[in-house]
Design a protein. Sequence first.
Length: 392
Amino acid sequence: MVLQIMGNFTNSSYAPLSHFIKNGFLLNEAAVGLITSAVFIGSMSVSFLSGLIVDSLGPHRTLKISYGVLAIGSILAYFSQSYLLLIGAYYLIGAGYGMVTPATNSTIMDHFFPRHASPMGIKQSGVPIGTILAALALPLLALHYSLRIAFLFLFFVTAIIAIIIRGEQRGSLEKASRGKTKGTIKMVLKDRRILVISTITAFLSWGQQSVFTYFVLYVTSMNYEVLVAEVLFIVLLLGSVLGRILWPSLTLRLFGGHRLRNYTLITALAGVMLFLFPNAGTSIYAISAMAVAIGFTAVAWNSNYVTLISEIAPKGSVGTYSGTSMTIISMGSIVGTPLSGYLVDATGGEFSIMWMFLGSVLMIVALILFLSTPRLMVMINKQESFGNLQLK
């Protein structure tokens, strides 16, 4: 959980620093959205490979590599004098973070199965907690010192963690043979379950990253001070922490453990909340209430998702399945976030149309998932999975 927190502390830094990046580099909304795309292009470019690394070298060694890359990206951001160099820095940050989730997913399944749902939710709560810490610390550093000092702080944090992490002991891991690796790759690419679920999740990722990228800018557009907007962003993230911890248990109580049905509910609620967001009013109380609701739905879906993907994966292949899935869902953030920014720019800086459009898309996706759930359930129960192998 701590490693997930500190990884996302750096990876999500673009969100609380979006106001400072926009003003410091003189960017429009679409250009700000491209920074988010750079993060997810970096994550996507290594996610599949990182999954194989986790399954062959082990999660600890993978985490050591990932934090080293995060440190390199952070120091590059510190030296960035141009927008293109900043894009490259965030590409490396995304690449470093792209290894964290497959590594931590694999560890949770190995140590906690079959009682893995709650630990997975707690572990994934580290994602919004990391963003909360970033929202608390980084804007203050940028305000009192400079944007560059905030990046320098990120470098020291990630470099120290990379040095502290110890890799697995020699001989404790069985290296994957070339034939096994090729077989795993073919197995993942032929598994329609992961392809369908990940494609649907790409739309949720689009909504989530649009919230991260534009929430602070949206609140400041209503004439609130940037610190007030950052506090409201933290309120949103607290709603996400609550959701990531509670959704696994709610899945069991509401749907008897059927995560796809719960996933449909989360997607539908996320669409409704985003659609209603611009219509909730401009009072700080209304924005706070919507922030909690959006965090609980449009941001907190991740714990349910990573648990589902980890359960689908055969034993010994959780890293590869997680990495492949992250590659697919990253497309939603890469393409969708700049599109959200373009909608804002095309409407003269009006955020309402963007939020309502996003909400409508997610409600349509929820309907498609609802209609597809019976067939997907048959596929999940029929094919080999981590759970089936463990039970045998």
